[in-house]
Design a binder for this molecule. Structure first.
Ligand code: CP
Ligand code: NVA
Length: 303
């Protein structure tokens, strides 16, 4: 049976093992460990990317394989060929498919019809690869995950959905501070709360950014305007203004709190220069850890 990573829930049983492999990948970053020798990953992009594209491509090279980048505007998919047919055809050429999409249903459809593993490289609903890199970053900073208190401040978007599941799965407390009407997905919230209960950790959604950030070990934010929401830019900038991660907000967090952002950042909007460039900021570690975490994911799925 082939295995996919379309949602964090797909790795519920072995998330800690994958994180351990990721740590090992980072410790021994050499070209001698090549479990994917000769394998090819196709990467389909409907949206822009810097980190996802480069970290997957470099990751495949380091594991002994190759990656092929495909933009939907150049593919027949962009002219109406179905996702199902694209999945069937690509499965005859490559050993895995990474897909960055708008609709989560498209990722699910690709996974359903591909006979090779499919990895969600971000869609409007989830961003599981990002959260694996984030958890790796928290683990290396604090030496543990269980018991760490994270605050996510801003839009209840794809990153927030995956973060709720990821934190619950590894036993981290998470408080999301989101404006009314911009909370994370109710279905994902319900699932994440049930997982959190099983793992004896807390998940809460509050409206006040300060209430979420109070005593937090980690303060995490993401853009106010995600890819595809450009038309809502003006409205969103007004709604989210009180949710900026700045020195004032950081002053209510734990004194040794770290700051996280999946990047790209809109400096001066969701986060100030002062905070993102401070000692507390681990955003570049997060970006680097995309590589190590995804190598571990690819080995788990394609190895
Ligand atoms: N964080 C992230 O996914 O970055 P890219 O959009 O550059 O891939
Ligand atoms: N929420 C952002 C994440 C970018 C990596 C977006 O979807 O655009």
């Amino acid at each position: 049976m082939k295995r996919d990573l379309t949602t964090m829930l797909d790795i519920q049983d072995d998330i800690l093992d994958i994180l351990e492999t990721a740590e090992e990948m980072k410790r021994k970053r050499d070209m001698d460990f090549q479990p994917l020798k000769g394998q090819v990953l196709a990467m389909i992009f409907e949206k822009s990317s810097t980190r996802t594209r480069v970290s997957f491509e470099v990751g495949m090279i380091e594991l002994g394989g190759f990656a092929v980048t495909l933009n939907t505007k150049d593919l027949q998919m962009g002219r109406g060929e179905t996702v199902a047919d694209t999945a069937r055809v690509l499965s005859r050429y490559v050993d895995g498919i990474m897909y960055r999409a708008y609709e989560h249903d498209m990722v699910m459809e690709l996974a359903k019809h591909a006979t090779v593993p499919v990895i969600n490289g971000l869609d409007n609903f989830e961003h599981p690869c990002q959260i694996m890199a984030d958890l790796l970053t928290v683990k290396e900073r604090f030496g543990k995950l269980k018991g760490i208190k994270m605050a996510y401040v801003g839009d209840g978007n794809n990153v927030c959905n995956s973060l709720m599941l990821g934190c619950a799965m590894v036993g981290m407390d998470l408080a999301c501070g989101c404006p009314a009407g911009y909370e994370p997905d109710p279905g994902v919230t319900k699932t994440a709360k049930a997982i959190a209960k099983r793992n004896c950790c807390k998940l809460s959604i509050v409206e006040s950014p300060k209430e979420a950030a109070k005593d937090a070990d980690v303060v995490y934010t993401d853009v106010w305007v995600s890819m595809g929401q450009e038309e809502e830019q003006k409205l969103r900038q007004n709604v989210f203004k009180p949710y900026q991660v700045n020195a004032g907000l950081m002053s209510v967090a734990h004194e040794n709190a770290i700051v996280m952002h999946c990047l790209p950042a809109h400096r001066g909007m969701e986060i100030t220069d002062e905070v993102i460039d401070s000692e507390a900021s681990v955003v570049l570690d997060q970006a680097e850890n995309r590589l190590h975490a995804q190598k571990a994911i690819m080995v788990a799925l394609m190895g």
